[in-house]
Design a protein around this ligand. Structure first.
Ligand SMILES: [Zn+2]
Length: 413
């Protein structure tokens, strides 16, 4: 699209992108951003409530069309029991004011609209301003990212800044593993010039490392019996599964960044009954892909230790889900982070990418070697917690940064 040779080290590299003006645009329109945020925070979208997810997605779609006009293309994928995926595209604009519509020139913004908060939370906890803090369920994780994306493009349009086309992918099951979202995210990212994930920032910093995850559910089926009258007729599932726990925990390797946690352990029905069933849930976090494979295989290979192994009445069932791969810097994402550093400098900010334990949908994109930037969203604290909030004073610079990236991709593909 543009043949001008460029080097990212050029000191005037952000010269064509008016970062302060983009920030001022968001600051000037802050009341509108806050009103939009109120609309979508108050449309509750718990991951497991399909009716509310559908209604919330409609609220978001309506808002997006109000802010950016009818999309150039739109596709909706049925998520089954999970939230649907909505794929919306708007054209970019070149230096001559012409439309850019090519898919491969697009910047993809991946936003999940589901939250961890159950229906009715909003009644006792509406979106509330307390000084610089704006608190409400899902405001940080990650409804602000949706509003931020829409207003980034609006700022570019109103200031006449050339920018890449926007592809906005709204997914409704990130908080429960992205079963429906993952294939859509991977396909869209592969077609895009750059993927942005405006998940919460790390105190204003983007995230370039996230741990990967393995989930495992272990169940032992045994035989119930009266604990006093005839315990020998029983085969305790609790005793057997408890004996497996040390082998689960032994799969951890803290030096490699691998942690293993048995988060829940349930079994039995009553004190005086030999337990007929026991289950436990295991959470594994890894920083290296090889560790994810090692621990997943280790979990699948678990067996009941003696003497339980010798008892044919006991059966161990193992379900392992190597959910999200770890995210580590790749050549593609490092080049994308260079863009952020240059643009942030235009706002007088220094970028120090952060490593975090939690995973996001960026993990999927990064594992494919595609350029992805994560943690570009709100500055705040308390995702998944009752003190969840964003800082109002950071809305404008964070929105400007997102806008700058859309402009930078158009200027320096
Ligand atoms: Zn999130």
């Amino acid at each position: 699209m543009e043949s001008t040779p460029t080097t990212s080290a050029r000191p005037d590299a952000v010269a064509g992108i008016p970062m302060p003006a983009l920030r001022n645009h968001a600051a000037t329109h802050q009341e509108h951003l806050l009103e939009d945020l109120r609309r979508i925070v108050h449309a509750e979208t718990p991951s497991h409530d399909k009716a509310l997810l559908d209604a919330g997605l409609e609220v978001i779609r309506t808002l997006a069309v109000e802010r950016l006009g009818e999309p150039q293309a739109e596709a909706r994928t049925d998520g089954g029991v999970h939230g649907d995926v909505l794929d919306l595209r708007w054209p970019g604009r070149d230096v001559d004011g012409g439309e850019i519509t090519e898919l491969e020139s697009s910047v993809l913004s991946v936003c999940h609209y589901d939250t961890v908060w159950p229906a009715g939370t909003i009644t006792g906890w509406p979106l509330t301003a307390e000084g610089d803090r704006l608190t409400g369920p899902g405001v940080l994780d990650m409804k602000f990212g949706i509003v931020q994306t829409l207003w980034a493009v609006r700022a570019l349009r109103e200031l006449g800044v050339p920018h890449a086309p926007l592809r906005l992918l709204l997914t409704g099951d990130e908080e429960i593993g992205s079963t429906a979202g993952r294939p859509a995210i991977e396909a869209a990212a592969a077609q895009s010039a750059l993927t942005l994930v405006p998940e919460p920032s790390a105190a204003g910093q983007p995230k370039d490392r996230r741990k990967g995850m393995v989930f495992a559910d272990l169940t032992v089926h045994g035989v119930q019996a009266h604990a006093g009258l005839e315990p020998e007729k029983g085969a305790s599932a609790v005793h057997a599964l408890a004996a497996v726990v040390p082998d689960i925990v032994a799969l951890a390797s803290p030096d490699d960044g691998t942690t293993v946690t048995v988060g829940t352990f349930h079994g039995g029905t009553s004190r005086n009954v030999v337990a007929g069933q026991a289950t436990c849930q295991v959470d594994v976090r890894v920083t290296e892909a090889a560790e994810q494979d090692r621990v997943a295989e280790g979990l699948r290979a678990l067996r009941l230790p003696q003497p339980h192994a010798a008892d044919p009445r006991l059966r161990l069932e193992i379900a392992v889900d190597a959910n999200r791969p770890p995210m580590n810097p790749t050549p593609a994402s490092r080049a994308a982070m260079d863009r952020v550093e240059r643009l942030a400098a235009g706002l007088g900010r220094r970028i120090t990418p952060a490593a975090v334990g939690g995973a996001s949908d960026a993990n999927f994109v990064s594992a494919l070697g595609l350029p992805v930037l994560d943690g570009l969203g709100a500055v705040g604290e308390g995702p998944h917690a009752v003190h969840e909030h964003i800082l109002v004073s950071e809305i404008a610079p964070q929105t400007a940064l997102l806008a700058g990236l859309l402009a930078d991709v158009a200027a320096r593909p």
